[in-house]
Design a protein around this ligand. Structure first.
Ligand code: KG4
Ligand code: ZN
Length: 348
């Protein structure tokens, strides 16, 4: 009997050096070394700092993943690596390392799309993804709705943000409220003690005219500005800023729009599975709102556990394993890192 493929995945598109090992849909190791603390004082990821940190963390993180999984490089059937999109210098470190491992151990190499990997990671938790599925992809750099007919090949973008990404909005609003970077987790935490209906913040691109042209697109920059104005007005008046209420009301506005548009996409396309991926999918309120809305229409929501939502190597290994099982053609050993890799390209 043919055993399921053992795949090692490498992720370095932003500030996490991730190395994951999976066998089929089973997660064996998920080693992550983050340089987030080195960026915190700048309020955002500094590309050069991230690249250097990847370089230092790469070999020990690969070793840690192999040790955890109890396998050697020789046992691995294929190596997958994030080829894009992401920070150019950061991607290069992962791609160069993956090429070196693939060449040294004589293994096929798959350069994969980071965003498709955020979708594929759910298979490690919930098994094969029913196709077609609608994917809501919400990270620090992207916010998109996709129709996934074949995770190994066909993804159709339905809409995306026309300005800030959802994660970016969380990060900017957190900064405004004096909360640490990255802003998603502290806002999520603060919001639990706040009233989501305390302040009525705008829901971008949800008016009737907007829906005609931007039905499945998002906009979060107006919301971010509205929060800034509201906070500034309180500060000018010398009144304290109710951080928990602002966090909860802001978070509610984001989750409301994301869930509404994702469920609308499922209904419009007659699709019964919604999968949510990317760092913002770790948000506790987004999970709850999406599940509540989707349940009304018999739509199943699949969201991986929070640790698999934020960047990691397991997601890359999961997509690699899917590609191996689908007999996809491996990438050439001179594959480039593509910082602007389009959403529609799953593997290069
Ligand atoms: O997918 P990811 O780890 O990296 C990118 O590919 O961008 O996403 C990072 C983003 C950050 O903006 C972070 O604030 C956000 O995900 N994030 C969250 C939560 N955890 C991480 N946003 C909302 N709620 C969370 N619990
Ligand atoms: Zn990501």
């Amino acid at each position: 009997m043919k055993t399921e493929p053992l795949v090692l995945g490498i992720e370095t598109s932003c500030d996490e050096t991730g190395v994951g090992i999976v066998r089929g849909h089973t997660l064996l190791a998920d080693a992550v070394a983050s340089s987030v603390d080195e960026h915190a004082r700048f309020g955002g990821v500094v590309p050069e700092v991230a690249s250097r940190a990847h370089l230092e963390a790469m070999v020990p993180t690969v070793q840690r993943a192999l040790d955890t999984a109890g396998v050697t490089l020789a046992d691995v059937d294929a190596i997958a690596v994030t080829a894009g999109p992401g920070l150019a210098g950061a991607l290069l470190v992962g791609v160069a390392a993956a090429k070196a491992y693939a060449l040294a151990a004589d293994k096929p190499l798959y350069g994969v799309n980071h965003l498709a990997a955020h979708v594929a990671v759910d298979t490690l938790e919930h098994g094969p993804l029913p196709e077609p599925a609608i994917a809501l992809l919400v990270s620090g750099g992207h916010s998109s709705l996709l129709r996934v007919d074949d995770l190994a090949g066909e993804v159709e973008p339905l809409g995306s943000t026309i300005d800030d990404a959802a994660g970016e909005a969380f990060d900017k609003v957190a900064r405004l409220l004096g909360l640490p970077f990255p802003g998603g987790p502290p806002i999520d935490r603060e919001a639990r003690a706040g009233d989501p209906a305390a302040i009525s913040f705008p829901r971008g691109l949800t008016g009737p005219r907007d829906l005609e042209r931007h039905r499945f697109d998002f906009s979060f920059s107006g919301l971010k500005t509205a929060v800034a104005r509201w906070v500034e007005a309180r500060q000018r008046a010398g009144e304290p800023v109710p951080v928990a209420d602002v966090a909860a009301s802001f978070q509610e506005a984001v989750c409301d729009v994301l869930a509404a548009k994702a469920v609308d996409a499922c209904r419009t396309h007659g699709v019964e599975t919604l999968v949510i991926g990317g760092g913002v999918a770790a948000n506790s309120r987004l999970r709850a709102v999406a599940e509540e809305r989707a349940a009304k229409y018999g739509i199943t929501v699949r969201v991986p556990r929070p640790k698999l939502c934020t960047d990691n190597g397991a997601m890359v290994a999961a997509l690699g394993s899917h590609l191996v099982a689908a007999d996809a053609r491996p990438s050439a050993l001179d594959l480039p890192a593509d910082s602007a890799m389009p959403l529609t390209v799953v593997t290069v």
